[in-house]
Ligand binder design. Sequence first.
Ligand code: MTE
Length: 321
Amino acid sequence: MLIKRASDLKYSDITPREDYLNRRKFLQGLGLAGGLAIAGKGVADLVSPPARAYAGTKLSAKSPSPFDTTEKVTPPQVVTTYNNYYEFGTDKDQPAKNAQNFVTSPWTVSVEGEVGKPRKFTMDEILKLAPLEERIYRHRCVEAWSIVVPWIGYSLSNIINLVEPTPKAKFVAFESYFDRKQMPLWSRAGIELPYVEGLRLDEAMHPLTMLSIGMYGETLPNQDGAPVRMTIPWKYGFKSIKSLVKIKFVKDQPPTTWNITNAHEYGFYSNVNPNVDHPRWTQAREVRLPGYFKNTKTLMFNGYGDQVASLYNGMDLKKNY
Ligand code: MTE
């Protein structure tokens, strides 16, 4: 049995790389491209076998999702080799090289702060907490490049409802894993670490706000934020914090990494907004990778306005950039 149900799957079942490569050869012999098969969808067709830059464990996920974009999915080779993960280097190709031996098991995510039922979740618990869904989201980086990714996970609200936020909880603060030994380039990152992010509670509760544990039918590669990350498709990519270890419910707006680094250029909200340029470049257009030209029009809220615009009724989005 190559595809495990989430209920049987232990996160520690991560397939060793050699086994994975041998298995892939075997599957290719059988004519199954990359061995990928996720429920109801032909993502396998989008994955050319030699293009994989990581070895993940297959995840079976419900699809299609009502949140899916119909735009062309970006090849995984691009998504897994062109990354921002400053803990592993600031060049786009460095995370794929330097995060290869990052240890992501065992792993726990602590959910704490203003909640009635604080607790730590193991990855096995996170895997089984809610049915896994595949959602094809546009992902727009503040640097004006974008990709389209089939993420696997579920709405963060599943976890929030379990821990029961108190009436004092107005914001949610997120924190990434940080380890100087495993991330030797940390001192050249130019940002304070650990990487931190935040959302207003209603943004965190929005069904589009996703806790992602996989992409392209498999567990996340390290450079894309293994073993678990946030994906918030209407906000610039830097809000989507990787390798999550802490979710804390708080009263006040929490500090966020890029706002700490340069408050003039990066605000707390960071909603994709083609009408508010970055001080150093336009946000009206983007490069859809693997392209080279900024010839794709950027959409308000990255195209998710119908779902999320009401969260910002009455707010000046120029001031609250
Ligand atoms: N999370 C951590 N811990 N460290 C980072 O450097 N970079 C952010 C975000 N999450 C980052 C992070 C930025 S700037 C972007 S655009 C996205 O991750 C990139 O996600 P991707 O590499 O999967 O495309």
